[in-house]
Design a protein. Sequence first.
Length: 423
Amino acid sequence: MRLLVYPHELSIGGSQINAIDLAAAAAAAGHDVIVYGVPGPLVDYIAERGLRFIPAHTLKYRPAPSRIAQLAAIARRHGIDLIHTYEWPSCLDAYYGASLLLNVPIVCTVLSMEVMPNIPASVPLIMGTQNLAIEARKRQKNGVWVIEPPIDVVRDNPDIDGSAFRRKHAVSPNEFLIVSVSRLAIDLKLDALVRAIDAVDKLSRSCRLRLILVGDGPARDALEARAAAVNSRHGREIVRLAGQELDPRSAYAAADLVVGMGSSALRALAMGIPLIVQGEEGFSEIFEPESYDLFLKQGFYGRGDAQAGPERLAEQIHALFREPDLRLELARYGRRIVTERFSVERANALQLAIYHQILSTPSMRRPSEAFRSARMSLMVEIDNHNPLRKRQKRRVQLNLLNAARCGDWPPEKMLDRAWTSPA
């Protein structure tokens, strides 16, 4: 097959790395694969995986007329058999040109926590969790499959040495190192990151702990201010922000425990590190046999009850801190589960079978469906570019960053559920 893979962006993130790893696996299986996208930090990773890359036009509108035309031209010029898009903006870029005009089959992977209603009902979907697939099947007329975020279990393995990372960040052998590898984003991530800092702050009165946050993003300044206050309170460095690393494997390998969500959580398990899965509104659970089914259904993420304080996460960290034998048992269990269930090899086999099924059963596209999707997408874009909406969004973000910088967390509005994440 001639395949075009279109990640929604090429900044460093789990969904994007998943897309590239699966593209490389398809190429290794003998297919002709091109990766298309707006240039970003992962362009070098695409080259490292031996894949062809075509840069996309950078117009910010979603869907983007320039990318719609460009994708159609690429599909015609290279004889593309199928376009695999990730998330709704790239899906619509492919749908309105190559799919509608040239009848090139497309499939869309959704790894975010919702199915946007502007994805046309005829587009086949690959969902990241069972729960999301159940929701998608209520609306989609074509196939809906589940492929959890895949992990390269050969590249991410327990034999990687993390000692250089510990030396670089002056972590002594007797310190219990907790690592989070995450975008320092406001949406989805900020609540978990603040609670991790506060949990370590609470435990460091009686335990020799360090927390290192690996990543970068718009919340960095606020998180650094909160970390500085914690370090000052204890008279030593408890929390450090290490910045972004394109290859964070040494950070995972150095950890005694990882806290995180999504693909980052699965990479920790692949490397044989015990894990606490975080989400939003105070959600946190130790990954263990008892919680495995929960994460299969909802993904390595969750929503809690928004209760104030870091007590729940602190108790979970402390339970693993004081039980080294349990950590070893969970590390072995996590590695086995990821190898059996979440490997790139398994995901690629499932995905190639999906491709063949889509190609063997062409979908029918209706003008009414296209108009409905276009109308909803236009409404989303008008709302996103509305000056009042932008000011409101910025105000919410500033309030969250100010709360993250110092003082009690979470903000009061999050506690009474009046707070909602900006779109």
